[in-house]
Design a protein. Structure first.
Length: 261
């Protein structure tokens, strides 16, 4: 498929036209190439790679160097794709100057087109600094995987009127700060719709209902490659983990029985 070039401006144009935006996480060159050729609008080098690829129990241990390593591979695999770099835990929270350097590395060293960071009103000043420095930003609201220790786990947000109002205010704050899109993770569908209808930038949902301007999924969940658990919002389009295991089992059996030639 010959994909039209996606840019930051594309996201706003898609929302204005009512055209949905597809995003998927990728972590290496071959899958980046396949996903881009399949017509996915944007590739997210998600910090989920900590769990899906590197074997960590959550996203917190992922380092900046590990994330950059995988982002460079994604860029090599899909030179023309719109690539978003997910800022790892503690790569932007401690110091604004360090955050700017790290975000700049994502663009300069890994060739990313934009960065993503978690948080609402509290990170709006940092988003503004990023944008002023020429770094495009995708915000991330709702369930924040990098905050699981303070949240007490992976919990849906926006279930009370007060929480829903706070999420809408956060969305308005990150838009005003200059974010060109925001991820909405694990909130009731009606809250996802309310935010989508009341801000001017696109919303990319993950477990936040069909009214969002786009959707993002973790590739390994979509393909059935991650078997630790399946999020409620994930939709499996294949069971490649089972096929993978069966193929390798047949190979090992053939070697043991002398049938491999």
């Amino acid at each position: 498929m010959n994909n039209p070039k996606v840019t930051v401006a594309t996201f706003r144009k898609r929302k204005a036209a009512g055209e949905k935006i597809s995003m998927i996480t990728v972590y290496d060159a071959p899958t980046a190439s396949i996903c881009h050729a399949a017509g996915v609008d944007s590739l997210l080098v998600g910090d989920s790679l900590a769990m899906t690829v590197l074997g960590y129990k959550n996203t917190l241990p992922l380092s900046m160097e590990e994330a950059l390593h995988h982002a460079r591979a994604v860029r090599r695999g899909a030179p023309d794709a719109f690539v978003v770099f997910d800022m790892p835990f503690m790569s932007y929270q401690a110091d604004d100057a360090e955050a700017l350097r790290n975000a700049g590395r994502a663009l300069k060293e890994a060739g990313a087109d934009a960065i993503k960071l978690e948080g609402g009103a509290e990170v709006a000043p940092l988003i503004e600094k990023f944008v002023r420095s020429g770094i495009p930003v995708v915000a991330h609201l709702g369930l924040l995987p990098q905050h699981i220790m303070t949240a007490g786990g992976y919990r849906q947000t926006g279930k009370t009127p007060e929480d829903a109002a706070r999420l809408l205010e956060d969305a308005r704050k990150v838009e005003a700060a200059g974010a060109f899109a925001t991820v909405l993770e694990c909130m009731p569908a009606e809250v996802g719709r309310m935010i989508t209808e009341n801000i001017g930038i696109p919303t990319i949902g993950i477990g936040s209902g069909p009214a969002c301007d786009g959707q993002v999924q973790v590739l390994n969940d979509l393909l059935g490659l991650f078997e630790e658990f399946t999020p409620k919002h994930a939709r499996r389009y294949a069971e490649l983990g089972r096929i993978f295991r069966e193929a390798v089992t047949r190979y090992a059996d053939d070697v043991r029985t002398g049938q491999f030639q």
